[in-house]
Design a binder for this molecule. Structure first.
Ligand code: CAA
Length: 379
């Protein structure tokens, strides 16, 4: 399985595995039950350089690529999906576009602090009226002199209430759908910015999901990311990377389900033998393992293509589609292996089952991934 990884990449994965097992996993149930933002977990990851994986060393980051990011994000999600999504969004949806599309001064202003974990990053595309049809967003940005004034509501924003910088899409031109969108780097201290309602969720309860309310929010023109009208392209390109991150999340959750199921199947006795001796259990474990390996290879390839600067939109969508569907099947089967015990909070598989569900929804639903793949087949 490790044939594609260098010695350095294996070491990075080992480091992530150690912190996931030793620090993040013991705090995962608490983050879930108390809906507690994984602040100390994120700080620990920052100490190891994992909050600036893509950021060049000259700007205080680790200077690594998307493949390394998948290794870390998978390990963290194996321990705690709330920490995992917070980390993925921070690296791929916030630092990522600043790095790709930012001016030198924007990079210098935000990336070192994001890499050090002094501020957390967020990404705001969705709105109450625009989810899958992202380009239908209505949040308005009107330029007056050297400022833009933003008005609207952004919905389902991961880490939105704690972020020091938010990569936010708003409409600068109402006469074009996709090409009327621009991207802004919004700080919470900007006048007219406030945090709205917080969502109670089925899973990933330790991660924060909020509305952001913009009422004539004053954004300096120098905080526009890229050109006017480039915002949709920036949003989509960023999601190509983010979707690889959600594949890593789904695979991390799946691996946790498999590991827990193997352990329990060996320990649990029924009819005078470990349930691992029953073929009904063995087949579930075998199917889980095969699906995890297949999804991981798709994910690694998509990340590798992104790192090489080659087209990867379809590959990222395929990785997310396959990994997230697998995670939902695997989490369901893991609960089945545990039987009634799997339905209780005594074992983590009920949390894995709830956490897996979101991977088919955010950063593009399963249906959107199919649409992206089908369009590339039929063009
Ligand atoms: N990279 C670069 N450019 C892209 C692109 C990509 N991946 N995908 C599309 N574009 C460009 C196209 O080339 C096109 O430009 P031209 O006109 O110059 O050719 C333009 O964008 C419009 O493309 P489409 O016609 O494909 O646009 P569309 O309106 O039909 O939308 C869609 C396509 C795939 C459905 C898109 O709206 C989409 O991805 N929807 C899902 C949104 C989503 O994933 N939201 C997630 C929210 S964030 C989140 O969940 C984070 C979190 O909390 C964890």
């Amino acid at each position: 399985m490790d044939f594609a990884l260098t010695e350095e990449q294996r070491l990075i994965r080992e480091t992530a595995r150690d912190v996931a097992d030793g620090f993040i996993a013991p705090r995962a149930a608490e983050a879930d039950h108390l809906r507690k933002f994984p602040e100390e977990q994120m700080r620990k990851l920052a100490e190891l350089g994992f909050c600036g994986i893509l950021v060049p060393e000259s700007l205080g980051g680790a200077g690594l690529g998307n493949l390394e990011l998948t290794l870390v994000v998978e390990e963290v999600n194996r321990a705690c999906a709330s920490t995992g999504v917070t980390l993925s969004v921070h690296n791929s949806l916030c630092s990522g576009p600043i790095l790709r599309f930012g001016s030198e001064s924007q990079k210098k202003r935000y990336l070192p602090r994001l890499a050090r974990g002094e501020i957390w990053g967020a990404y705001a595309l969705s709105e109450p009226g625009s989810g899958s049809d992202a380009a239908a967003l209505a949040c308005r940005a009107v330029r007056k002199g050297d400022r833009y004034f933003l008005t609207g509501t952004k919905r389902f924003i991961t880490t939105g209430g704690r972020a020091g910088v938010i990569v936010l899409m708003a409409r600068t031109d109402t006469s074009h759908k996709q090409k009327g969108i621009s991207t802004f780097l919004v700080e919470p201290a900007f006048k007219g910015f406030s945090v709205g309602r917080k969502d109670e969720k089925m899973g990933i309860r330790g991660s924060e999901t909020v509305d952001l309310v913009l009422e004539d929010c004053e954004v300096p023109a120098e905080n526009r990311l890229g050109d006017e009208g480039q915002g949709f392209t920036i949003a989509m390109n960023t999601l190509d990377g983010g979707r690889i991150g959600i594949a890593a999340q789904a695979i991390g959750i799946s691996q946790a389900c498999l590991d827990s199921s193997i352990k329990y199947a060996k320990e649990r006795h029924q009819f005078g033998q470990p349930i691992a001796d029953f073929q009904a259990i063995q087949w579930k474990l075998a199917d889980m393992a095969a699906a995890i390996h297949a999804a991981r290879l798709l994910m690694w390839r998509a990340a590798w293509l992104r790192d090489r600067g080659e087209p990867h939109t379809t590959e990222a969508a395929m990785a997310k589609l396959v990994a997230s569907q697998a995670a939902n099947r695997i989490a369901k089967d893991a609960v089945q292996v545990f039987g009634g015990a799997g339905y209780t909070c005594e074992f983590p598989v009920e949390r894995f089952f709830r956490d897996a569900r979101i991977t088919e929804l955010y950063e593009g639903t399963t249906e959107v991934q199919r649409l992206v793949i089908a369009r590339s087949l039929l063009k």
